[in-house]
Design a protein around this ligand. Structure first.
Ligand SMILES: [Zn+2]
Ligand SMILES: [Zn+2]
Length: 411
């Protein structure tokens, strides 16, 4: 046996011990973590106003020795908690979300995201003294996109926050267990058509109908679907939000708003350009003016296979009923998240924990209530362990972070 094999064996033995410690600490802290999940459930706060959650999470992290930067990038309810080992690089991070939804409270289950992230952070932070690197728990408000901190991960991305993080992980509650699911990037596209009003019966020839242009553009954008790449999960959805004032006046203004989504970032940008031409063409045909506004929303998720495999392996070690990661990475993505923007900046892996029966809708009181049942809390504990074990594994087997970076750079 050569030296490197020998070293590897020592490392792996040490890794097993550290993982056992993480599991033990999370079991010991179960009441603290359940308390976080219940407290947030009972005190749901909308995006950018998560002051109670912020107070709760940061105080628990402080009690467990984390150094906390509060209100980062002028977002009052965002935080970065750090726990350093023998060095402060490489940095690995777990993300907490804690915003609720109007009417359905924690109908997206972000209370469990928080509890699991705090659990993973304090358990891995407790053993970080043995490791070379730094563990971060990043508090990202307003994931649902409300208020000035809306899409906080994008604000952080634009400030370069994620650029020196070697690996970032998180979980989200749902109906099933999986690691590595895709997410759709989303862009907004608005067309404001401007024509000329005229009496619709007496002098239609003197009018230029903006609504007709909007209708033509709407129809054209939907015809583009036929030529969409089937592997890129293109979704086009839209409304005509303004279309005239009275039926006897030819409308001089009409507004068409589209949402465009795809699981591939570059393709999404290409399709936004292509769909913009539908508006230009319609305006040309109807002899009206058009003003086109493009808005970048959440980015699609860039998958990082080395990180996904590592996180998945830890769920398996815990006997979680997690789907094969290969199945998850090719499953049709349904929604968009600002975690996508993180994944475009540094290696990232997301996971889902099963807290509700199959078919339960997201953004519902059914999901909110499930987060505080025994099944929901048990799932959160398993998730916290898998995340904590992964943070530790990444700082022990640094070669995974190298592979993750290489994968990130080449995809
Ligand atoms: Zn949601
Ligand atoms: Zn969510």
């Amino acid at each position: 046996m050569n030296i490197s094999n020998n070293l590897l064996l020592i490392d792996l033995k040490k890794l097993d011990e550290l993982k056992s410690q993480v599991i033990e600490i999370i079991d010991q802290k179960r009441t603290v973590l359940e308390d976080i999940a219940r407290y947030l459930y009972e005190n749901p706060e909308l995006g950018s106003e998560e002051f109670k959650a912020f107070e709760k999470l940061t105080s628990v992290l402080e009690e467990h020795g984390f150094t906390i930067e509060k209100g980062v990038y002028d977002m009052p309810t965002a935080f970065v908690a750090r726990s350093s080992g023998k060095k402060d690089v490489p940095k690995v991070a777990v993300i907490a979300e804690y915003d609720a939804l109007p009417g359905v409270g924690h109908g997206c289950g972000h209370n469990l995201i928080s509890a699991a992230a705090i659990g993973a952070g304090i358990a891995s932070g407790a053993v970080v003294d043995d490791l070379f690197g730094e563990i971060l728990v990043v508090g990202t408000p307003a994931e649902e996109g409300r208020g000035p901190s809306g899409g906080s991960k994008i604000i952080m991305a634009n400030n370069g926050f994620w650029d020196d993080i070697a690996g970032v992980i998180m979980l989200h509650p749902g109906n099933a267990w999986s690691v590595g699911g895709q997410a759709l990037g989303i862009s907004g596209l608005s067309f404001e058509f401007k024509g000329q009003t005229s009496h619709a019966a007496a002098s239609p020839h003197m009018g230029r109908n903006a609504l007709n242009a909007a209708t033509l553009a709407y129809t054209a954008t939907h015809m583009v679907r036929q030529e969409a790449r089937r592997d890129a999960n293109l979704v086009i959805h839209g409304i005509i939000s303004e279309g005239g004032l009275a039926s006897n006046i030819i409308p001089d203004k009409a507004v068409l708003n589209l949402g465009v989504r795809s699981s591939e970032e570059q393709y999404l940008d290409e399709m936004v350009e292509r769909l913009a031409k539908c508006g230009e063409g319609a305006a040309h045909a109807m002899e009206v003016e058009v003003e086109i506004t493009k808005r970048k929303g959440y980015k699609s998720k860039k998958l990082n296979i080395p990180l996904i495999k590592t996180l998945w392996g830890n769920y398996l070690e815990l006997d979680a009923p997690v789907k094969d990661w290969k199945e998850s990475i090719s499953a049709i993505p349904l929604a968009s998240t600002d975690f996508g923007d993180v994944s475009q900046r540094c290696p990232a892996a997301g996971s889902n924990i099963g807290v509700t029966p199959a078919g339960t809708p997201g953004h519902s009181t059914l999901l909110a209530d499930a987060t505080v049942t025994k099944k929901g809390l048990d799932a959160m504990i398993i998730g916290a362990k898998a995340l904590g074990m992964t943070l530790v594994e990444l700082l022990v087997k640094l070669e995974i972070l190298d592979e993750a970076k290489e994968y990130f750079d080449s995809h």
